[in-house]
Design a protein around this ligand. Structure first.
Ligand code: GDP
Length: 731
């Protein structure tokens, strides 16, 4: 059954025989074990190798944490009813901290297998990711894993098992009901009879769906008997009679669409260009003869081959030596070598048509999320909006100063592989700072650096705060350093719905002005104001120009803009990033002579006017609040709850599933540094938990002053924040 590269290329010549899918699962629900089982059965690599290694988890670190954090691509061969398929399985992380990666992976696939532990059911993270999949028009099927636990732990009989499982299925279908689009909602709901749900045990490698049950006669009574007997031979016979890989891949080839079918309805959703253009038509048809357009989902840095850009080729054909354009990076590149995954190893193929997942060598400037095309200036895929924000920062330095260049190189590599990691230099102290989405995210990044053989020293994690206002204020006036220019500024808090539109990119600076005005009028803005947006900052701030007929304004706008950009990076309270402020330029009195109203005059005047008006608008620091999901035995709910309340956190919901409890809560990020220890201490290590960014919230008044003083001191500033008088001028 072993397949060669030639076989694979022959099969993918027919698009009907291609599938691109991903796996969504909550941590620990069995994604790795299941994927491993599929790989072992795929016939592309030797089953004995796959049986021993956790194939998808190429890194030791991930095996330790049992959490897949890096995009990997695995190609499977599957044959059913005499038809051959090449199935690309693209890794989708289950950890919510990395939601940016999930969205990227979702772009490359047309279907997902949602894996759920039979005891725990669909967990919040799975819900979030499934919801994203549905919104991106990716079709789901459901695999309920760890059926053995229903017998061994919950002691359910065959009938009770079925009842229990029906609940999980209907919970899942509620998600489809809420988030899938009306046209596909009914068709995309999963059901046993429709053959879109499978049950099994990945650990024991058996599984079945409706069709297989009809064919082999396997049923819940057999499962029950095998596990109550506890006879390894009986359990093994389940996998011989009904292998898991058939159950899962059978659903994939039946329900997940091949690329040319999927692209017809997915392209209008994920590609914002003109569908009647040459590229538009080629994309809709998945036409290998059209211009090439590819979306990069993953970058791996290979010690030998260098940067490897893997992603989905939606149209055209890519071959060795092609001159291409990196659309977002606005630069040309040359494809050195076109590769394809065979099992989990990369093979040279030199040329690959649309609908497939090429791995391209030689594109040194490609990053994850980049659009690659043979057409210069082609419309890029919609940029991906991150659900998470970096909220924790550490400073990193090499243990031995001579290793600094190595550190810089190491940081460059890991940020290429993980765009959610942000590296910057503190200009005041010269420190190298690394910001991530949680303590765990930074711990992983740090171990990656250490694995590259670097000895590094890191500081305690620091929280990133935001600055905002809670009232309207102004207009106030500030003069330029030469006193010859006056800027009049007022401020207002930006409401949540506008912030959401900015965050998701619904409104952005470079969009059509009329369209933006319409969206803002729909939110209650006056026609005048909706037309006058001068700048939008993606972290959630706006500059509006309400001046009327002021001389020299047009040519001064760049300098004013620089003032805006500077204030947003360094707010008045603690030099933290500003979020949620609408700055309104109310009036502008320039000096007649251009020599006296240059950048050096107008930028500081704008800065002062913005800082001054924020300081009289009830300013406050926002702190990141993390959502937390905790699983533990029921009798420990009380202990977990008191750990949380000791950390300014709270429990929001408790659900009991059999003997375990699943709790949802929230806790300020600044209180999570020793949460592991506290939780372990209180529960004797029996609680499993993880966190994700949830919201920005004002810090309580009781800690505000001390906190501001601490943050300012750390940055080498005077601990007292400035007073508004320092920025506001009288006539
Ligand atoms: P992932 O985090 O979703 O990739 O989960 P893994 O595949 O690493 O599995 C998590 C744990 O569940 C491991 O200890 C597995 O051995 C175990 N596991 C996986 N499948 C099953 C199953 O069908 N039954 C039981 N009882 N345990 C399983």
């Amino acid at each position: 059954k072993f397949k060669s590269t030639q076989d694979i290329l022959r099969i993918i010549g027919n698009k009907d025989q291609i599938r691109n899918f991903g796996v969504i699962a909550h941590v620990d629900h069995g994604k790795t074990t299941m994927s491993d089982s599929l790989l072992a059965a795929s016939g592309i690599i030797s089953p004995s190798v796959a049986g021993q290694a956790l194939a998808l988890d190429s890194m030791k670190l991930e095996q330790n944490r049992q959490m897949t954090i890096r995009g990997a691509n695995v190609t499977l061969f599957y044959e059913t009813d005499g038809k051959e398929y090449v199935i690309n399985m693209i890794d989708t992380p289950g950890h919510i901290d990395f939601t940016g990666r999930v969205t990227r992976a979702l772009r490359a696939i047309d279907g997902v297998v949602v894996v759920s532990d039979s005891v725990e059911g669909i967990m919040t993270q799975t819900e979030t990711v499934t919801r994203q999949a549905l919104e991106e028009r990716v079709r789901p099927v459901l695999y309920i894993n760890k059926i053995d636990r229903l017998v061994k732990e919950l002691k359910l009989g065959p009938e009770e098992m079925q009842k229990w499982l029906m609940n999980i299925i209907s919970h899942f279908n509620q998600l489809v009901d809420i988030y899938a689009e009306p046209e596909v909602k009914e068709k995309w709901k999963v059901s046993i009879q429709g053959n879109s749900v499978a049950f099994g045990s990945a650990k024991d490698r058996w599984g079945f769906n409706f069709k297989m049950a009809k064919k082999t006669g396997i049923n819940f009574k057999d499962v029950y008997d095998a596990y109550t007997s506890n006879d390894p031979a009986l359990i093994k016979s389940l996998s011989e009679r009904s292998p898991l890989s058939d159950a899962v891949l059978g659903m994939v080839v039946e329900h997940h669409p091949p690329p040319h079918v999927a692209q017809r309805y997915r392209i209008p959703k994920i590609w914002p260009g003109d569908l009647n253009s040459d590229i538009g038509k080629a994309l809709l048809a998945c036409d290998e003869k059209g211009p090439a357009l590819m979306m990069v989902t993953t970058i791996n840095v290979d010690p030998q081959a260098g940067r490897v850009a893997t992603g989905r080729l939606y149209s055209g054909t890519i071959k060795d030596g092609d001159e291409v354009y990196l659309i977002d990076a606005k630069r040309p590149g040359r494809v050195q070598s076109v590769n394809i995954y065979m099992g989990n190893t990369r093979e040279i193929v030199s040329v690959l048509p649309a609908g497939n997942i090429p791995a391209l060598l030689g594109l040194d400037y490609a990053i994850a999320g980049e659009t690659i095309s043979t057409v210069k200036g082609a419309q890029a895929f919609e940029s991906i909006k991150y659900v998470s924000e970096p909220v924790v920062t550490i400073a990193v330095e090499p243990k031995h100063p001579k290793d600094l260049p190595k550190l810089v190189e190491g940081l460059r590599t890991i940020t290429v592989e993980d765009p959610n990691l942000i590296v910057k230099i503190n200009e005041e102290t010269g420190e190298t700072l690394m910001a991530g989405m949680g303590v765990l995210h930074l711990e992983i990044a740090t171990s990656l650096l250490q694995e590259k053989g670097l000895e590094i020293v890191t500081t305690q994690p620091l929280i990133n705060y935001r600055e905002t206002i809670r009232a309207k204020a102004g207009p106030i006036m500030s003069k330029s350093p030469n006193k010859h220019n006056k800027i009049f500024m007022r401020v207002e808090p930006l409401p949540d719905d506008i912030l959401e539109m900015i965050r998701t990119g619904k409104i952005k600076e470079d969009m059509d002005k009329k369209e933006m005005a319409k969206l803002l009028r729909d939110k209650g803005w006056s026609a005048d104001e909706a037309r006058s947006v001068a700048a939008i900052d993606v972290s959630g701030n706006m500059l509006v120009d309400e001046t009327k007929g002021v001389q020299f304004l047009q040519e001064s706008m760049d300098s004013i803009r620089s003032g805006f950009d500077d204030v947003i990076r360094n707010g008045p309270i603690a030099h933290e990033q500003v979020r949620g402020v609408k700055f309104v330029l109310h009036h502008f009195v320039p000096h007649e002579d251009p020599a006296h109203r240059g950048l050096a005059q107008l930028m500081p005047a704008t800065r002062r006017a913005m800082l001054g008006s924020m300081l009289i608008a009830d300013p406050v620091l926002l702190e990141p609040i993390l959502g937390i999901e905790i699983k533990c035995p029921q009798d420990l709910i009380g202990q977990v709850s008191s750990v949380l309340s000791g950390k300014r956190g709270k429990l929001l919901n408790v659900e009991q599933k059999g003997i375990i409890a699943i709790m949802q809560g929230e806790v300020p990020a600044s209180e999570t540094f020793d949460l592991s220890e506290k939780m372990r201490g209180a529960t004797a290590g029996k609680a499993l938990w993880n966190t994700y960014f949830k919201a920005w919230q004002p810090v309580p008044n009781s800690i505000f002053r001390t906190l501001v003083g601490d943050v300012r001191k750390r940055k080498g500033l005077n601990p007292e924040p400035p007073s508004p008088d320092e920025f506001i001028d009288k006539e």
